[in-house]
Write a new protein. Structure first.
Length: 463
């Protein structure tokens, strides 16, 4: 029994079905869960539309006269309907894949039932189209219920002016002035996308820079781009309350300042969907904040009950959720499996430019936690970047001081989500900078800067 059909749940179901298990997935929203229907897939589709607008920026430099961004109009209902259409299509593809694999899909909710004798766990299922609960006894249960946008009592979303990121796609038109509250990954991505579409954006950040948990050089580079393009960023500013006043919103900051706009987007984190699953009653350990406590093979403290994805609080990435789910099934069904290794997980922020990271962080190196040598190459020195007019961004590489083994990297550039892959492979496979340096890259290419960074870190350059 798999409770939740997002990346953790559906990827786990595919693995379990491949291993000849009898698999049932219970999902409230539809195949793919909130990730596909409301969160990751819609937001990246929306960002894809903003990228099209960005393509009209500074075209005169290339000898192309397009009348610039001022000549571009964005049809918000068409953008939003495309977002929803592609999300539903992706959900449909996942559903078809699950059914083809022999998985039973139930639209509804489920929770752990009463404790039973033997090696099974009773799950109470409530289908969407029926009030009648029924029970299923399963040898293995995976909790994969995800998370929901955090709502603040002083800034209650109304779906019209005060919004969560799941509600923006129902707006009849683009905001006249969007105030984004929260400058983490989600806040930065939406602020970037709306700014690209010509919307005046004010970003309220409670810390001294945007994306405070990301590489400092990378976050500051992206903040410079934001400011250059006209975004207002209020650092060290905490929003105390958001109030709707007619066709405007008023955001009161903790220092008494007031910021007024047409809409406010709340991007203040998520809370795990674990409250109504009967976990505590069943004896499953729940960590502070409501997260299900798991080990590196996705086990809870109760044998046979696993958990994966955002409800575990391990790392809120769809890629990690999917791997947690797969690992859970491989472990439960007796396959050889390696524990989850977060050190080799690549992450990307879909701003413009993008920010991708893998392995050790600058903070790890600066604190002495991880001894490493490093090099940072500005993208502006890369031949392909010059041809494309890319002035912002860099590639940073970390390696072990003695062996030269690559232990981490940061990329700030367009499509950094693709450029990080060779660095991820290097970290995963313990490659050295010498091996990277001896790899022939395309000329001209942005990836050429990865090999160039490696050449600068080769052992014989060390004094």
């Amino acid at each position: 029994m798999i409770i939740g059909g997002g990346p953790a749940g559906y990827e786990a179901a595919l693995v379990a079905a491949q291993l000849d298990a009898d698999v049932t997935v219970v999902e409230a929203d539809g195949a793919g869960g909130a990730c596909v229907l409301h969160d990751c897939v819609p937001s990246k589709t929306f960002i894809a539309s903003s990228d099209v607008v960005t393509g009209y920026r500074d075209t005169e430099e290339f000898g192309i006269h397009s009348d610039g961004l001022e000549a571009i109009t964005v049809d918000a209902p068409v953008v939003y309907s495309r977002v929803k259409r592609l999300a539903l299509a992706q959900s449909g593809d996942i559903q078809a894949k699950l059914i083809k694999a022999g998985v039973t899909l139930v639209r509804g909710t489920a929770r752990l039932g009463e404790d039973t004798l033997g090696h099974t766990h009773r799950v109470r299922v409530r289908p969407e189209d029926s009030d009648a609960e029924y029970s299923v006894d399963a040898s293995t249960v995976l909790i994969a219920t995800g998370a929901t946008p955090r709502r603040l009592p002083s800034a209650v979303p109304d779906g019209e002016r005060i919004l969560t990121w799941r509600q923006v796609y129902d707006l009849p038109k683009l905001p006249e002035h969007l105030i984004v509250i929260g400058s983490g990954v989600t806040g930065a991505e939406f602020a970037s996308a709306y700014l690209a579409m010509g919307v005046p954006v004010t970003l309220v950040s409670s810390r001294d820079r945007v994306m405070p948990h990301e590489d400092a050089d990378a976050a500051m580079a992206i903040e410079r781009v934001f400011r250059t393009r006209g975004m207002t960023i209020l650092n060290n500013s905490r929003a105390d309350a958001v109030k709707r006043v007619g066709d405007t919103v008023e955001v009161t900051l903790s220092d008494g300042r007031m910021v007024t706009g047409s809409h406010a987007l709340m991007a203040v984190g998520s809370i795990p969907n674990t409250a109504d699953l009967g976990l505590t009653e069943y004896g499953v350990n729940v960590a502070p904040g409501g997260y299900v406590a798991v080990d590196r093979v996705s086990r809870t403290n109760v044998p046979g009950i696993y958990a994966a994805g955002d409800c575990t609080g391990v790392l809120p990435l769809a890629s990690v959720a999917a791997m947690q789910g797969r690992i859970a099934m491989w472990h439960a069904l007796g396959e050889a499996v390696a524990p989850l290794r977060l050190r080799t997980v690549a992450a990307n922020v879909f701003t413009d430019p993008e920010l991708a990271t893998v392995g050790v962080s600058q903070a790890d190196v600066d604190s002495g936690k991880t001894p490493a040598r490093q090099v940072m190459l500005p993208l502006a020195g890369n031949a392909r970047a010059k041809m494309a007019g890319l002035d912002d961004g860099f590639i940073k590489l970390f390696c072990r001081p003695a062996s030269g083994i690559v232990v981490g990297g940061v990329v700030v550039s367009p499509r950094a989500s693709e450029l990080i892959m060779p660095l991820t492979m290097a970290v995963e496979n313990h490659m050295t900078v010498d091996q990277l340096a001896h790899t022939i890259t395309i000329y001209p290419s942005l990836s050429g800067s990865i090999a160039e960074a490696a050449r600068q870190l080769m052992l014989h350059d060390v004094e």
